[in-house]
Write a protein that binds this ligand. Structure first.
Ligand code: PGA
Length: 317
């Protein structure tokens, strides 16, 4: 195709000018276009002035309050839509090549991920329907082993390993609370001293659990030991044991799930709680993250956080 015929359009800035032109034509107003594009109105006017000079023909006429396309403006509008359509198709093709339409994401998360990861992934897949997702849920120790073997694309830890060859990025708050059954004698107490709470029968997670590690560190800080009555290997089993009246425990608040449900579990008002913890994205420092993994990280940072913040707000955290 000879480009001599179209050389007047091959100038720097024509595409942004067309963006402004398209918005004015669609909205029938310079000020509404400026608003939609987050531009100052004089900027919009300058862009249209330049585009009109390039075309050598008037593009808009004002009738009353509304701006109308002239005949050359209507031709330009049709061409503009074709150009944007072609660019949009091109972007789809590029996405295919980059892997977003057929890519795969293998995400591995710690056990509390059970309560939020499926929903985040569902929202992500809705935006990127071609992406195939696999979710691994394990305790901290198993996740560390998988990370060392580079078995997954990306990890979410609550207590990431402190190693130089690992990259961590804080994503969301993960408060830890003391759970008890609603008829527990301390259920209505305020500012329960840690030493008083420590006298209660305690249900603890299995060795290798990050939650267990935090519990042990906390009791060490208070120079005391929990009165462990039972060890259980899942958060759900601990919740059931609390409901069965077997004791209290420290778990992530998210073990209640993201929806507010009727439950007999209550949080005890123990001094120092909730413990301010967070979730982190983790990957080996040398790892070349796939486009899908990077896109998912951006997605969680920008959009999926709201899901969790709404939950925290609902629960008064
Ligand atoms: P976990 O997960 O207790 O299942 O290991 C939480 C954490 O890593 O702290």
């Amino acid at each position: 195709m000879s480009q001599s015929k179209i050389h007047r359009y091959l100038k720097h800035g024509v595409l942004p000018q067309l963006t402004v032109f398209e918005a004015i034509a669609r909205l029938g107003s310079f000020s509404r276009a400026a608003e939609e594009l987050f531009l100052a109105q004089p900027t919009v006017s300058v862009q249209i002035k330049k585009l009109t000079e390039t075309a050598g023909l008037p593009l808009f006429e004002q009738v009353g309050k509304r701006v109308h396309l002239t005949e050359p403006g209507r031709h330009l509008y049709a061409a503009c839509r074709q150009i944007f359509h072609a660019l949009s198709n091109l972007e789809d093709t590029f996405s295919d090549i980059r892997g977003l339409k057929s890519g795969r994401l293998q995400l591995a998360v710690i056990t509390t991920g059970t309560y939020f990861a499926p929903r985040m992934l569902a929202a992500f897949v809705q935006q990127h329907p071609g992406v195939e997702v696999s979710l691994q849920i394990h305790n901290r120790q198993t996740l560390i082993e998988r990370l060392a073997n580079n078995e997954d694309d990306l990890y979410i830890f609550a207590n990431p390993p402190q190693e130089p060859e690992v990259v961590t990025q804080m994503i969301l708050p993960n408060p830890l609370v003391v759970f008890a059954r609603d008829d527990h004698p301390l259920a209505k107490e305020k500012n329960i001293p840690f030493e008083r709470f420590a006298q209660e029968p305690f249900l603890i997670r299995e060795p290798g659990s990050g939650t267990r590690m935090v519990v042990q560190q906390l009791f060490d800080q208070h120079a005391t030991k929990p009165w462990i009555t039972m060890e259980l290997s899942t958060n759900e089993a601990i919740k059931q044991a609390i409901l069965a009246g077997l004791g209290v425990s420290i778990l992530s608040r998210y073990t209640l799930g993201l929806d507010v449900e009727q439950t007999q579990l209550v949080t005890l008002n123990v001094e120092g709680f909730p413990l301010e913890h967070h979730w982190y994205f983790v990957h080996p420092s040398g790892k070349q993250l796939s486009l899908v993994a990077k896109t998912f990280m951006d997605f969680v940072r920008i959009e999926a956080k709201q899901l969790v913040y709404d939950h925290l707000a609902q629960n008064g955290s």
